[in-house]
Design a protein around this ligand. Structure first.
Ligand SMILES: [Zn+2]
Ligand SMILES: [Zn+2]
Ligand SMILES: [Zn+2]
Ligand SMILES: [Zn+2]
Length: 237
């Protein structure tokens, strides 16, 4: 993902609800999602911007930038020589350890990724990344609650959360509809689904919490951040 930075004497015209024309030595930042920010010397706020415009045209010689989104538009033209540079950028995440390649791992947007090699590891919901590392591959370990607390490798291919939870809870509970066993399966996230599928379609997403006893309906209850609840989120027993 690259971010383009334009610097120099430009005229900036904003069209739409508030039409303005400004000229000055500015820095224009064009993000990978085409968001355009025009900064001058003052304050932290851009003097003009357009967030994720539907259309963006940028030519560099001569400089010509047009961003259009519905009724809003932003035109930037160079009045003198400008510099245009392209920089590789990533999400700025929380540092969580070191990659196989020795590069820094950061956590952002529901995943951990390496700033050097770009490898990306999606995180299960509610997971926290530990300081301890995997004995097999050296990546950080993650801590996840799915009925109880599990600690597994960040890399699903090295050590899967599914098999850890399966080993502990597969066929542990019975289906309230048909009495069959509930199996631990991966359907996006982890679920406890009836062995009778497709005849019985009963299945429950495993909550991010620990088992805290039994519900009157026969299923387990979970202690979660949002309070205690039945495995069946629709249960009123
Ligand atoms: Zn790496
Ligand atoms: Zn590992
Ligand atoms: Zn069933
Ligand atoms: Zn219940």
């Amino acid at each position: 993902m690259s971010t383009r930075v334009i610097a120099g004497d430009c005229t900036v015209r904003s069209g739409g609800r508030r039409e303005t024309t400004r000229r000055g030595r500015v820095v224009v930042v064009v993000k990978p999602d085409d968001t355009v920010l025009v900064h001058d010397a003052d304050g932290y706020q851009p003097v003009a911007w357009l967030t994720r415009p539907a259309e963006l045209t940028l030519t560099t010689d001569p400089l010509w930038l047009v961003a259009v989104d519905g009724d809003e538009s932003l035109h930037v033209t160079a009045e003198d020589e400008v510099t245009v540079a392209e920089h590789e950028t990533t999400d700025a995440g929380v540092p969580v350890g070191e990659c196989h390649c020795g590069g820094p791992l950061v956590r952002a947007g529901g995943a951990v990724s390496c700033l050097d090699c770009g490898e990306r590891f999606p995180l299960p919901g509610g997971a926290s990344v530990r300081e301890s590392t995997c004995d097999d591959c050296g990546l950080p370990r993650i801590r996840v609650e799915r009925g109880e607390t599990f600690e597994v490798c960040l890399d699903y291919d090295c050590e899967s959360l599914l098999s850890a939870v399966e080993t502990r809870f597969d066929r542990e509970w019975d289906c309230p509809e048909c009495g069959g066993a509930l199996e631990i399966l991966r359907r996006g996230g982890l679920i406890a689904g009836c062995e009778g599928y497709p005849d019985c379609e009963t299945g429950f997403a495993l909550p991010d919490g620990s088992v805290a006893g039994d519900c009157d309906c026969g299923l387990p209850r979970f202690e979660t951040d949002a309070g205690e609840r039945c495995l069946d989120s629709g249960c009123d027993a």
